[in-house]
Design a protein around this ligand. Structure first.
Ligand code: AMP
Ligand code: MG
Length: 274
C-alpha cells in the first residue's frame, strides 16, 4: 500500500495513537539497511516528481497546496521542511511558523494570523505548527476556558472547508514519535555543541505533559480529519522513513490535482520573431 492510504485517518474514525507504533516502517520490507536504501531512492524520485508538479502548479496558477506539520518537540518538523520541501523552487514555496501569539494576534480571533498566511494561487505553503496549537498547547495549559477550545474543532473544520472550496488542497501531517525517541533527541541537543541552541527548558516542561498532549492530539486528529482536509499520522522515529512517507503523500496529492498550464491564447505558428 501507498503511504497516502497507509497513514490517512479515515474521516469520522477514532484515532488510537497508542496503537500506532512510531518505529514502524509500513510500505517497505526487508532488513533495515535495505528499507533505508529503498526509502532514500524512492524519496529522491518523489522530489524530482514534485519539482515538475510544482512547476505545473505555478504555471496553472489556479489552485494551491497547504501542508500542516504538527508534532511534539523534536518530532522532526524542521527536518521534514529541509528534506521534503528544500529542493522546490523557492519562488513558489513558503514556510510559515506559528509561535506564541503576539499581543496583536491575541487581540484577534485565533484564525486571524493563520488565514493571512495561507497560499495564493500556484503556491505551496508549509505550516510549521498551525492553528492546531489552539486545541493543543492551549488546551493542555488551559489558556482559554474549555467551552472555548471545545468549539474550535468545528470552527477549524469550517475554516478548512472554506480554504478547500477556494482551491487549496490541504494535507495535515502529525509526526508521530515515541517518548523514548524524544528523550534521545533532547539528549543529543545537550550532548552535541552545535545542537545546543535548539534545547529549551520549556521542552522538558512540555515533555512532562506527554500523556495530555497525546490525548489532545487524539481529539484533533479524530475530529478534524475530513474529506476536504485529511490528517495523516506518520511514524517518525526513523527520519528516513518519515521523509519518504511525507514526500510520497505530497507527491500523490499533487498528482491527483494534475495541474496544467493554461491553454495558450496565441497561435505560435502565426508569430514571426524578427
Ligand atoms: P518552536 O516550534 O520550538 O519554535 O516553539 C514554538 C512554541 O510556540 C511552541 O511551544 C508552541 O506550543 C507555542 N505556540 C504556538 N502557537 C501557540 C498558541 N496559539 N498559543 C500558545 N502557544 C503557542
Ligand atoms: Mg522547540
Amino acid at each position: 500500500m501507498h503511504p497516502y492510504e497507509l497513514h490517512r485517518i479515515e474521516p469520522g474514525s477514532a484515532v488510537d495513537l497508542s496503537a500506532i507504533d512510531p518505529g514502524r516502517t509500513p510500505g517497505l520490507s526487508g532488513p533495515e539497511s535495505q528499507e533505508r536504501a529503498a526509502a532514500a531512492a524512492l524519496h529522491a524520485e518523489n522530489i524530482l516528481a514534485m519539482q515538475d508538479l510544482q512547476y505545473r502548479l505555478w504555471a496553472e496558477s489556479q489552485r494551491s497546496v497547504l501542508v500542516v506539520l504538527q508534532g511534539m518537540d523534536t518530532a522532526g518538523k524542521d527536518g521534514t521542511i529541509r528534506h521534503v520541501f528544500g529542493a522546490l523552487n523557492p519562488q513558489g514555496v513558503r514556510v510559515e511558523g506559528f509561535k506564541q501569539p503576539t499581543p496583536e494576534e491575541l487581540a484577534h480571533d485565533y484564525l486571524w494570523r493563520v488565514h493571512r498566511k495561507t497560499p495564493g494561487h500556484g503556491r505551496i505553503v508549509v505550516f510549521n505548527r498551525s492553528h492546531y496549537e489552539d486545541v493543543l498547547v492551549v488546551r493542555v495549559h488551559g489558556l482559554v476556558p474549555e467551552d472555548v477550545w471545545r468549539r474550535r474543532y468545528e470552527e477549524i473544520n469550517a475554516f478548512e472547508r472554506l480554504l478547500a472550496g477556494s482551491g487549496t488542497t490541504i494535507l495535515k501531517v502529525f509526526l508521530h514519535i515515541s517518548k523514548g525517541e524524544q528523550k534521545q533527541r533532547l539528549q543529543a541537543r545537550l550532548d552535541e555543541p552545535d545542537k545546543l541552541w535548539k534545547f529549551s527548558m520549556g521542552d522538558l516542561a512540555e515533555r512532562k505533559r506527554w500523556a495530555e498532549y497525546q490525548e489532545a492530539y487524539t481529539d484533533a486528529l479524530s475530529r478534524c480529519s475530513t474529506e476536504h482536509a485529511p490528517w495523516f499520522v506518520v511514524p517518525a522515529d526513523s527520519k528516513w522513513y518519515r521523509n519518504w512517507a511525507i514526500s510520497s503523500i505530497v507527491r500523490r496529492a499533487l498528482e491527483e490535482m494534475d495541474p496544467r498550464p493554461p491553454r495558450a491564447e496565441i497561435d505560435p505558428s502565426k508569430i514571426h520573431i524578427e
